[in-house]
Write a protein that binds this ligand. Structure first.
Ligand code: GDP
Length: 463
């Protein structure tokens, strides 16, 4: 194996020659990352054969020769389970792949013919594409680096809507009893931390997304470790910082503050330092339709979570991220996923809504001169669009099979093209079931605009 420094240098040279690209896929849980990465690999593997990639010039022009999976470079990162995902989609009946829970990686070598041939004609080139998939929840922790324990505790306190606060009442009742100055009891802190994590999980189940600390939701190998056994301390609003700092090291307060710092230093920072900083391109997936389906409070919450998450892409010179990690993502895509849940004439509105939802972060990104594109897509299209006649009028509809195996023909509703107002929610004109993937006979996975996403993310490297 190469030495890390030699490897970095090698990577740098390869990238300089446009032969290596690190593309990262993220989004909150259930936003569609696993489906997206599976489809991306599948489309490229079938490029030049059955894959329909007309919006990707290298494919349209017949220059894309195919892609092969090769061994990845980071031996410490789990491999993205592509074969398992395909096995799920090819089962009878087909089902959705198990979502990944942490960071995973897969390397493809893409072969293509360049637009300008060399003197000898017939020349082919290769691009090594490193694909990474990691939970968007991890990005929710970036703002946490700007806090110390007391300021974070305060920031987590405000009651954010009744539904959400209700999920934390048990935890709050118990945590409010905790005396910051008393000697810490490991068992009690573990219990309270578990109750807090429970609240976060319940909030996520209920569709909320603005949840910190992110790893409490996807602890992976850290489950049960003391580094995850902290929580915001209620009731310290009136207490002087200096008084808190004087509390003895074995006190509840000092123990929790120490764990918070450990979480910052050993969990949050390393992700940015070892992975994030090295990504060249990024796509952020957003399940906007799911949030519309779930109602106003969850929609608001998604909006807050995205604003938080997008801070990780704000490269303004003075941004926290630039100061700490000097990242280099030079192109960003933001995609509303599962577009096959609405009829095709709604797709434009879906993008408009995504842009409206992300208006502020998009402004910051444009200001920081990070090229960004918003789009809508379906990684794995599970429905077909149809027209139905009703009382002499023709209208668009979708046909698909729901998760229980029932055939459905329906019109799921109109997507608002701006942030939904009270009138929209009063009508609640939006409702759709989850569909199961369609059975297939080999070939490439059906999709909507995966080729447009690919063009934006890698097209310029395949010229
Ligand atoms: P992850 O948690 O971000 O990896 O999300 P997944 O990729 O596991 O997707 C979550 C769920 O969304 C899947 O189990 C599917 O039910 C649904 N889904 C994802 N992508 C699509 C798509 O392109 N079309 C449809 N109809 N459903 C999708």
């Amino acid at each position: 194996m190469r030495q890390p420094l030699a490897r970095e240098l090698h990577d740098l040279l390869e990238r300089g020659r446009d032969r290596q690209l690190r593309l990262a896929v993220t989004g909150l849980s259930r936003s569609g990352k696993t489906a997206f990465l599976t489809s991306l690999v599948n489309q490229l593997r079938h490029a030049g054969l059955e894959a329909r990639l007309d919006l990707l010039p290298v494919a349209r022009e017949g220059r894309l020769l195919g892609a092969r999976r090769v061994n990845q470079q980071d031996l410490g990162v789990p491999r993205f389970p592509y074969d398992q995902a395909m096995a799920a989609l090819d089962a009878t009946p087909p089902h959705w792949p198990e979502p990944t829970r942490g960071i995973s990686e897969l390397r493809l070598t893409i072969r293509y013919r360049p637009t300008r041939r060399g003197l000898l004609g017939g020349e082919t080139r290769e691009l090594a594409l490193d694909l990474f998939d990691y939970p968007g929840e991890w990005l929710l922790d970036l703002p946490l680096l700007e806090h110390d324990y007391p300021s974070w505790s305060l920031a987590q306190q405000p009651a954010r809507g009744h539904q959400r606060a209700a999920l934390f009442t048990d935890w709050l009742a118990a945590a409010a009893e905790l005396d910051p100055a008393a000697a810490a009891d490991e068992g009690q802190l573990a219990e309270l931390a578990e109750a807090y994590a429970e609240g976060l999980r319940a909030a996520r189940e209920a569709g909320f997304a603005d949840l910190q600390p992110g790893r409490f939701l996807l602890p992976g190998e850290l489950a049960g470790a003391p580094v995850l056994q902290f929580f915001p301390l209620p009731g310290i609003e009136g207490t002087e910082r200096a008084a808190l700092d004087r509390l003895p090291p074995e006190s509840n307060y000092a123990t929790l503050a120490k764990r918070f710092r450990h979480y910052q230093q050993h969990i949050v920072r390393p992700f940015y330092r070892d992975h994030f900083r090295r990504f060249d391109r990024q796509i952020v997936l957003v399940d906007l339709l799911g949030a519309l389906n779930a109602g106003p409070e969850r929609f608001e919450d998604l909006s807050r979570a995205l604003a938080n998450l997008m801070q990780s892409f704000d490269y303004g010179k003075r941004s926290l991220l630039s100061r700490l990690f000097a990242p280099r993502i030079d192109r960003l895509a933001i995609a509303a996923t599962k577009a096959d849940h609405v009829t095709p004439e709604q797709h434009g509105r879906l993008v408009a809504l995504l842009e409206a939802l992300l208006a502020e972060p998009l402004k910051d990104l444009r200001f920081a001169d990070v090229p960004v594109r918003a789009l809508s897509l379906a990684a794995i299209r599970a429905t077909e669009s149809r027209e139905v006649s009703h009382q002499g009028r023709r209208s668009p509809a979708l046909r698909g099979t729901d998760l229980s195996g029932e055939e459905q023909l329906l019109f799921p509703g109109e997507v608002p093209d701006r942030l939904p107002d009270a009138a929209f929610w009063a009508r609640q004109g939006f409702d759709f079931p989850a569909f199961r993937p369609a059975p297939r006979e080999g070939g490439a996975l059906p999709h909507i605009r995966m080729d447009a996403a690919l063009d934006w993310l890698i097209g310029d490297k395949l010229q």
